[in-house]
Design a protein around this ligand. Sequence first.
Ligand code: GLN
Ligand code: ZN
Length: 757
Amino acid sequence: MKISIIGYPRVGTLRELKHTSEKYFKDLITAQSLEQTAKELRRTHWSVQQNSNIDLISSNDFSFYDNTLDTAFLLNVIPERYKALELSPLDTYFAAAKGYQGKNGDVKAFAMKKWFNTNYHYMVPEIDDSTKIKLVGTKPFDEFVEAKEQGIITKPVIIGAFTFLKLTRFTGTKNALDFVDDIAKAYCEILAKFNTLEVQWVQFDEPYLVCDLTNEDIDLFDRLYSKILGSKNDVRVLLQTYFGDVRDCYDTIIKLDFDGIGLDFVEGKQSLSLVENHGFPAEKTLFAGVVNGKNIWRNNYKNTLKIIDELQKHCDNIILNTSCSLLHTPYTLDNETKLDNKYKKLFSFAQEKLTELSELKTILESSNPTNEEKYICNASLFAENRNCSNEAVQKKVASLTDKDFTRLPSFEEREEIQKKIFNLPLFPTTTIGSFPQTADVKANRSSFKKGEISESQYKEFNKNKIEECVKMQEQLGLDVLVHGEFERNDMVEYFGEFLDGYLFTENAWVQSYGTRCVKPPVVWGDISRKNPITVEWSTYAQSLTKKPMKGMLTGPVTILNWSFPREDISLRECAFQIGLAIREEVLDLEANGIKIIQIDEAALREKLPLRKSDWKSEYLDWAIPAFRMVHSGVKPETQIHTHMCYSEFDDIIKDIDNMDADVITFEASRSDLTILETLKQSNFKTEVGPGVYDIHSPRIPNVEEIKIVLRKMLANISASKLWVNPDCGLKTRGIAETVSSLENLVQAAKEIRNENG
Ligand code: GLN
Ligand code: ZN
């Protein structure tokens, strides 16, 4: 039995590619030296796979920024505005990745979107009517040759034509169908070129196949691949899917002339039954994705063997595979020096997953698999008690009833009570929470972490910052104030550190986009709150002002979505545990005189399942209650805010209203305010603060433009429900631009108040 992986991480075990690229962006090193780092990384990654006896080692999974962008450049999908800059090919590529502002011009980057249900973001290709798709790049061929020179015959990986077209934004009048012939021709040429290079397997990634497909989609896929496979030569073609099952097109894909089909048996709930019920063609190879490419946990060999056993009844040729690219896991446990072995032995990062594949191979090839040493070790690992449970927490979750998810009295009654108590002006002004994390704020935190200053020195500094921040907001004339979040590095890690059941790594970085990586904390056990987390900061801030001070928390869904979740309990169970912990914090804030509490759910939409039919049952049915539980215990006069970092929630608008917050703020400035219509049509009851300017840019909005935005909002939102705020936290901004922007925001609100009597 052979083993394969879909792709390997590329930023380097210590984020070498990130650091080197950033130096290049700052003009500190040459393109050549960046290329050199890239080459060394590829070399290392191939060697690592070779050392783990991976039979089908991937190439072209490397990228300077993003594989979808690579594919666009391979296929000449390069908008004129980038070509017009007349930069080197590498710099043209980076211009599309990050935008360009310099002596050759000023252009925005490709848009960026979430890659299916992961936290990775891809660059959205743009095609206009003048785009001519054709093979112009050489990256997949060059990398194959490079690996061959290293003595390794790799399996080149390319995003497939169908997924590429489905993810593309068509800016003119033409659509995907208009490009079928050209793109198919380009892929035929790719196959021909691979043939001359004596490539054995090529992998076309088609993850879009696991989404809800229309008949037109299936037709498009069929047309593309009938053409592409029509010119097949000696190169074997693997159709690789991941992130779910291919229930809408299984029959179509097994009829086409692919040599291999890669299915995901981890996230693909129906993958096994599809094979069982529809069979699998004898002449094809099944690439069975059984080692989870997304999580950080050891594979349970017993369960995996069961799946393989079942598959062997239906398929003659099986290659063991990961469930998706290992891009979504950190590199290696070798870099975790502080984590106790009692945890580490249950962890598996990318490199360890390679070992798992090779152990599974040994086990499966043995005449008596369950007698194999590796099998026995693995079984005993899973038989051990993890000692991570907290019975009190489990009991609390088990005894939750409807009452715990229902805040009383009703929204309408609360709204009336709160209007009286707070007596805020029409269009109250506020911010989302964080204020600029200036160098001194970061330095203070890092000195404290390194033990260079005492806890009281650390706190003293932050309290001074809070005082400055409160004064600044009073001078600006904002109505509802915040403390500024100077004590937080990150909105999830900060809370994780105060919760029992969380673990932290030193180097478990995962690429989020381009050169940006995140280091999600790990949910190890049952979650509970050790001590009050934010109460000291919030009450101190409130003591400095008569205006209401918002308590500032992160909600359970966001905390969970930006962590590595456990596999031994459900996401629902885990979200409820975190919800109970945050609920305690909410009640403590309230008991300590905080009258407005914001519970951020920045990432609520992120883990919405790929298939619409799963949205409710698999996600919203617990995610919304997890939020409701956090605030259901507060008094009617306590005002609950929430914040979301996106505005694409037209399709879950009812669910968001159902979170039953009193006020919601969200990003809207970059999305043409289309959400406003939806708010109106759905009779959205929650008061709303759609961001009036974009905090992701240093640009200062002027009073007039904010007023224009506010007038547009008022066309759809009743005056009594509209709040005025930026679209997200200000932590990445500088002080000067923040002050000017907020001055203009407050001024615009005043003028609009006057206009509205
Ligand atoms: N309260 C957080 C802040 O202001 C919210 C951040 C976010 O939405 N990502 O920074
Ligand atoms: Zn936000």
